[in-house]
Design a protein around this ligand. Structure first.
Ligand code: SF4
Length: 211
């Protein structure tokens, strides 16, 4: 049997474990996570499609590798609820609320509150994370890193659990980034169709008037 040709983006899964590992070396590396946060949004805004999800997302590929190739998934169908619009939007709202709280905490440190050297897992457990030196950065820079790493770690853990229980990429069914990019693409297509309709209507009018 012929081996499927590999492309560079087939190896992007490595970004996920490397990112998590770098957080153990120094929490300030957590800032790199903004790449994973902004790239899908920019790709959806400017490209108007889900190319990032379909091809380049490291996390989707990482779950695919662990659950698919390495067989760490039970490969059961996830409950319909997880895939429902209702759940996806509720989860996105919850996720973004926690994200906003994290930004607010960063602001409080910027305004003078003392730095909390802990990573919050699953929005509840505060894991002490004070072994690396962050003193060369402003306290708010470090606070954002702790908060953002917590967001990334939490979403990875949830994704891993649902990967094991159901299908490898179950996380993708309700991933906040996926929901946001899907929403952006829908709005873009609706606009394009609207503009296309308008364009057709105006060219029809000019045709009619020139007859
Ligand atoms: S839905 Fe989320 S995890 Fe899945 S491919 Fe898209 S951005 Fe990546």
């Amino acid at each position: 049997m012929k081996n499927k040709k590999k492309y560079w983006y087939d190896y992007l899964w490595i970004a996920s474990p490397v990112y998590l590992a770098l957080g153990f070396v120094n929490i300030l590396f957590a800032w790199l996570g903004l790449i994973f946060f902004l790239t899908p949004l920019l790709a959806a805004i400017f490209g108007g499609d889900k190319l990032y999800c379909n091809k380049y997302c490291d996390r989707g590929r990482f779950f695919e590798l662990l659950g698919g190739k390495l067989g760490l998934s039970l490969r059961k169908n996830p409950p319909r609820l997880l895939r429902s619009k209702w759940f996806r939007y509720c989860f996105l709202t919850f996720f973004m609320t926690m994200f906003a709280l994290m930004i607010y905490n960063t602001y409080l440190v910027f305004a003078g509150r003392s730095l909390s050297e802990a990573v919050t897992l699953l929005w509840v457990w505060k894991l002490p994370w004070n072994w690396a030196d962050t003193s060369f950065a402003a306290p708010w820079v470090a606070q954002f890193a702790f908060g953002f790493y917590g967001v990334m770690l939490t979403s990875t853990v949830i994704g891993l659990v649902t990967m094991i229980i159901w299908r490898p990429r179950t996380w993708c069914a309700y991933c906040p980034m996926g929901t946001m990019t899907q929403g952006i693409c829908k709005i873009k297509h609706r606009k394009e169709m609207h503009n296309g309709g308008k364009h057709k209507a105006s060219s029809r009018t000019s045709q009619n008037t020139s007859q």
